[in-house]
Design a protein around this ligand. Sequence first.
Ligand code: GLN
Ligand code: ZN
Length: 833
Amino acid sequence: MTDNTVPAAPRADFPRATVLGYPRIGRRRELKRALESYWAGTTTADDLERTSRDLRLTTVRRLVDLGLDPGTGAVPNSFSLYDQVLDVTATLGAVPARFRPGREERPVAPAGTERGTGKHLAEPPSEVSTETYFALARGTAEQPPLELTKWFDTNYHYLVPEIGPDTPIRFADDRIVREFAEAADPSDGGTPVVTRPVIVGPVTYLLLSKPEDGAPEGFSPLRRLDDVVAAYRELLAALAAAGAPWVQLDEPALVSDLIGAPFDATPGSTDGPGRPDTTTVSDAVRRAYAALTAPSPGTDRPQILVAAPFGELRRASGDRLALLAGTDVEAIALDLVRGATPPTEGTAAWNVPGLASKTLVAGVIDGHNIWRADLTSRLDLLESLRRTTGARTVTVGTSTSLLHVPHDVDDEPRLDPALAGWLAFADQKVGEVVTLARGLDAGRPEVQEQLDAATAARTGRAGAAGVVVPEVRERLAGLTDADFTRAPYTDRAAAQRTRLSLPPLPTTTIGSFPQTTEIRTARAAWTRGDLTDADYEARIRQEVASVVALQEELGLDVLVHGEPERNDMVQYFAERLAGFTTTVNGWVQSYGSRCVRPPILWGDVSRPEPITVPWATYAASLTDKPVKGMLTGPVTILAWSFVRDDQPLADTANQVALALRDEVTDLEGAGIGIVQVDEAALRELLPLDAAAQPAYLDWSVRSFRLTTSGAAPATQIHTHLCYSEFGDIVGAIDDLDADVTSVEAARSRMEIVPGLASAGYARGIGPGVWDIHSPRVPSGGEVSDLLKLAVAEIDPRLVWVNPDCGLKTRGYDETRASLANLVAAAREVRGSL
Ligand code: GLN
Ligand code: ZN
């Protein structure tokens, strides 16, 4: 392995056990710190490279210690400095024109001069500098960054590539090859590891791309498939030359119906001027993988594993597994947690043509949640897959990359030991995969002890105090339709008009005001125990008072308390509800250097005492204006937590809803006349499989209604959704039956308003008039133009005036100026009604 002339890759079998990816931020968030100090200019690019190399080597060696084979490509290299989709953009040199102003002048680094391992990797040079890479990720003084969007149904965000007809696309950066070589032939003299590079596949890459600005009307990035595939072919050849036996191409777009292209051509459709792009996902897959696997004299390629995480490949509407099995790739990874193999097939043969020559990597360990698996039933499933699939062989894997779970349960000193025993984070999941592979190959007795321990943990969990709470169950069982239904909207609207007597076009905000450094510092001191409860509370009260005073001074109509007491809109509630726990080191990458610590929802949920009432009533005591209470809704709380896997999500949602319903009642009882229930994540949990969407929308809408339907007609219920792309859920938004809904709309210049109106939405609507994602202060004229667009489309009596979202990430200067302009614009447009 220390010899640089690595022989051509042997046709090795796929390893018996693997994981599809591993967290890359580091057990102590080393990458976060390295990135942020590099961006701040306190460390150099070399420092960043050193830290990230250490992190990569530590990770691959850790995976070997946990039982993955060091020599066969069992260990994935899923490292990224920022984002795996951006990495493909860099590999392809697909830098949008807006980031290439002086591109002629920039000298291209000579081959092999960057960061060293040039010996067997003389070509090609790295054309995308670290500076350009981070410019795409974070923007520059002149250019906003690439857009950030959710990665399938996870809380991870990727950077959306911008691809036009002329975007340069070629094999431009060999970082992936260098990282393979670095682990296989480490300069630190440590254990060499033959890794399996993990790369977003060409079809998914293009399906996630958007047309570059200036691309012709109707241009689809998928039109660049041949160019992208040609570059991947070169990349694969370089990997083979470096000795890589396997490469993993992630194609989650294969399981999603939320991708902007049809899966199969609709019968009878034609390629005409009105429909310029009939390229379907299935055509693209066939074409791409035929080209990637086509032999070419004199060059080799690694064997290819295509992974299709996040859903079911075997659809009633068309077998996507058969599509992959029909290509010449050597292995296919199935998500067998999300993609539930239909039970009727338990013993029947699959009969998928082409599968006989493939390895199936059975994703039986959940990469997306944190519960210890029932190893016995997983082993049963694996054995039945060996009997029924007809695949050449079945090996063991995770359903998705482990990117979406924290590193290690053993890093949680404060967890209740019983609870800790129910959990499996990334490291424990690697152990589970290794155990199952051993059981599958060497026989059950070999692993009986581990199977029994897993069963005991599951049994202990099922019977533990707090997991099933009879009072919670009884309350849920006693619900009737009446608990999900409010008085008719017209009656409510009349009662609310009398009670609130608001002007037309009432002004308000979405809830949070800037979270100043002083507030964060005070909270950190309080968490550490350096600030007493009383002192912390006094500090927060002072902040609430100043937020209320500012809103009065600005002349807003409906005030908020500003949410200074909240660390996070979900964690704050999770810390105060029974049935949840939070972690100390359970960080999960959200995007770039940003990480979140999702709470763990493990038991039946109830509310020991009121949560927000003291803050809302304190704020209300300081003003004569109405103060809006502020809650996070059940779907959003679920979406941003790790949820229990032992009951339907709908039941869990209704338990959270009942706890929040009590909070609504208590706010109402304390005289609060308006309550907002934020459902920021309603769209995010929408299933990728169209067939599963109606059931989801049904239970998610019902949980919102259960939260809010105890409110009296005169209590005004608001909701807030922080996005504007909800074409597919307009009906559901209407079904929420909120009195007022605020949405993001400034960036799209009120684009959503006509859609809502034509879908029959006829209650209060607050289309955002200030894009709070940027520090820019909108002028009064801009705001009133947006408002005029809104009142031209919908009944002005329904329109509210508010920003796009909460203000916690903004500063006070821009907040004050922007809200002043917002209030002035509302007054101006009111005058013209
Ligand atoms: N009320 C929350 C806030 O203002 C809503 C945040 C959100 O929608 N993401 O911060
Ligand atoms: Zn929002």
